[in-house]
Design a protein around this ligand. Structure first.
Ligand SMILES: CC(=O)N[C@H]1[C@@H](OP(=O)(O)OP(=O)(O)OC[C@H]2O[C@@H](n3ccc(=O)[nH]c3=O)[C@H](O)[C@@H]2O)O[C@H](CO)[C@@H](O)[C@@H]1O[C@H](C)C(=O)N[C@@H](C)C(=O)N[C@H](CCC(=O)O)C(=O)O
Ligand SMILES: Nc1ncnc2c1ncn2[C@@H]1O[C@H](COP(=O)(O)OP(=O)(O)OP(=O)(O)O)[C@@H](O)[C@H]1O
Ligand SMILES: N[C@H](CCC[C@H](N)C(=O)O)C(=O)O
Ligand SMILES: [Mg+2]
Length: 475
């Protein structure tokens, strides 16, 4: 592709051939357009000379950046500009693309959306914390919302493979860094807002603003806003969408479009009654437990309907949803008979939701093993401890991913809220202890790491899988 096809004002540089896009100078090859951004750690503008040396034909950067020897595509919002140009290069993308934001439930919702589309016979994929998932395979990317070049090239690659329907997770980091700009988003969903990532965003208002960008800027002007209506912040999302002229589909006990009339836990799932806007009531047995999974399933159904899915068939499809990896996953049964669940709850709200999901299924005690990640929002640790102390019957505080922090100091923070908890730093020993003390009518919940395959300690990723460890210690 010629530079003039990517950018209108390329001038005499327009004849140069563009071979790719990069935001890391180490990935620049001859013909690359380099995006130089100020980051949280370093300033990408410092690498402009090196990128040009490596063959960059153009550099997208702030007007005040110095660019010599390549076309300077100057923009006050260089990340946004870069994403839009890159999208021109990588297009076309899957014809129906939807996005999900919210503090909790993104991964579950995009995965359920993908499953429902597949049931309808579409070639569908999801992109998020679990990686890039299609019916055939899963490729791990490392981030929830991959960097913009990875994201756009993956989305285009999926389209080339025949994927027509794509659901992706829009994390607050991804939204504030414009990682998912430039492709048409036909529907966007909001699941909920609670505390997380304040290390990065500073305060709840800034965190929410980052998430709202999905509705104010990323969602197509003729797209549908799917909103979980039972969150205290839902109204703001609905108002924003209506002001902008987007159609709103409200879902939940307070939702008019898919109204959750009732929810009755069964042994391995729950019976749902869902009322639709035409007044009809639909009954379906969701084979997953917990209010939070019902919420995510309904949001997923709304996304499918918003992009043309048949209402009745989609609601029926809920009965065939497969569990999402690491979300209330039943990992093993202890010798005593106690079931052991693994869940990805790593915020106070999620921990509360995960415990609430299991509560109707426990006759004895709910034994919780959890910790908090290092180099992440420290302010969520005490509230997580508090939720644990209040909602669980036995609490064991252990290590999550300490990353660059002192693990014992993280546990101290959590223990400040988790009054009366037992402290066992070694995660395997903590899980073993929980399983050992569990009696037949108890349930063990191992929270925080879900599907993760490693424990990040310093710069190392040590192999660790909560599900595998649960199985080992239960054997
Ligand atoms: C805080 C954060 O989001 N950081 C991400 C972000 O960094 P940044 O733009 O601030 O980058 P930086 O390291 O300061 O560098 C600035 C620029 O210089 C470039 N650079 C840097 C060094 C160099 O030698 N050459 C070079 O060109 C970088 O590519 C970058 O464009 O862009 C980088 C490149 O894409 C990401 O790898 C990095 O993710 C880090 C590893 C990370 O841990 N991110 C987490 C917090 C994250 O994004 N999480 C969210 C939310 C999770 C959830 O709750 O779901 C996610 O979407 O995964
Ligand atoms: N709708 C919901 N309401 C409250 N809690 C939820 C909801 N959905 C999921 N959770 C909790 O959050 C955990 C993570 O769920 P999921 O992975 O779907 O969220 P996420 O938004 O993708 O998280 P991340 O930000 O880490 O990518 C679950 O294991 C559960 O404990
Ligand atoms: N996407 C989340 C994952 C947190 C998972 C938890 N195990 C932790 O390490 O804190 C984050 O990066 O904050
Ligand atoms: Mg996720």
């Amino acid at each position: 592709m010629k530079l003039s096809a990517v950018i209108d004002q390329a001038g005499e540089a327009g004849d140069a051939t563009v071979t790719g896009f990069a935001i890391d100078h180490r990935k620049v090859a001859p013909g690359t357009i380099f995006g130089a951004f100020e980051g949280a750690r370093v300033n990408g503008e410092d690498f402009i000379p090196a990128a040009i040396e490596a063959g960059a034909v153009a550099v997208v950067a702030r007007p005040e950046a110095r660019v010599e020897g390549a076309l300077h595509i100057a923009d006050h919002s260089p990340r946004e500009c870069f994403a839009k140009l890159a999208a021109r290069f990588f297009a076309p993308f899957p014809q129906a693309t939807v996005a999900v934001t919210g503090t909790n439930g993104k991964t579950s919702t995009v995965e359920m959306t993908r499953q429902l589309w597949r049931m309808a016979g579409h070639h569908a994929a999801s992109v998020g914390t679990l990686g890039v998932t299609t019916a055939d395979e899963r490729v791990v990317t490392g981030l929830t919302t991959p960097d913009v070049v990875t994201f756009l090239s993956n989305a285009a690659g999926l389209a080339r493979e025949g994927v027509t329907h794509l659901a992706f997770e829009a994390s607050s980091h991804g939204l504030s860094q414009y990682r998912t700009e430039g492709l048409r988003v036909a529907a966007a969903a909001f699941t909920n807002l609670s505390r997380d990532h304040l290390d990065y965003h500073g305060d709840m208002a800034a965190y929410f603003t980052a998430k709202l960008r999905l509705f104010s800027e990323v969602l197509s002007p003729d797209g549908v806003a799917v909103v979980w209506a039972d969150d205290p912040q839902s109204e703001r999302v609905i108002d924003l969408a209506r002001e902008r002229g987007n159609r709103v589909m409200a879902v939940g006990e307070h939702g008019d479009d898919l109204r959750l009339v009732s929810r009755a836990p069964t042994l391995l799932g729950q019976g749902l009654v869902i009322a639709t806007a035409d007044g009809a009531e639909h009954r379906v047995n969701l084979p997953l437990i917990g209010g939070y999974q019902a919420a995510n399933a309904l949001v997923a159904a709304a996304l499918v309907i918003a992009t043309g899915g048949d209402l009745e068939a989609t609601i029926k499809g809920l009965a065939r949803l497969q569990p999402v990896r690491g979300r209330l996953e039943r990992a093993a049964i202890a010798k005593s008979g106690a079931p052991i669940y693994v869940d990805y709850a790593h915020t106070p709200d999620a921990l509360e939701a995960a415990i609430a999901a299991l509560r109707p299924h426990v006759a004895g005690r709910l034994i919780l093993v959890f910790g908090a990640g290092g180099d992440r929002d420290r302010g969520k640790r005490v509230p997580m401890g508090r939720v644990a102390a209040i909602e669980a019957d036995v609490v064991i505080v252990t290590d999550d991913n300490p990353r660059g922090e002192d693990a014992a100091a993280i546990r101290r923070d959590v223990l400040e809220g988790a009054v009366g908890a037992t402290e066992i730093g070694d995660r395997r020993a903590a899980i073993a202890h929980a399983v050992e003390i569990a009696r037949a009518d108890d349930i063990v919940l191992i929270a925080g790491k879900g599907h993760e395959q490693g424990q990040i300690v310093g710069d190392m990723v040590l192999p660790f899988d909560d599900v595998a460890v649960a199985r080992e210690v239960a054997a």
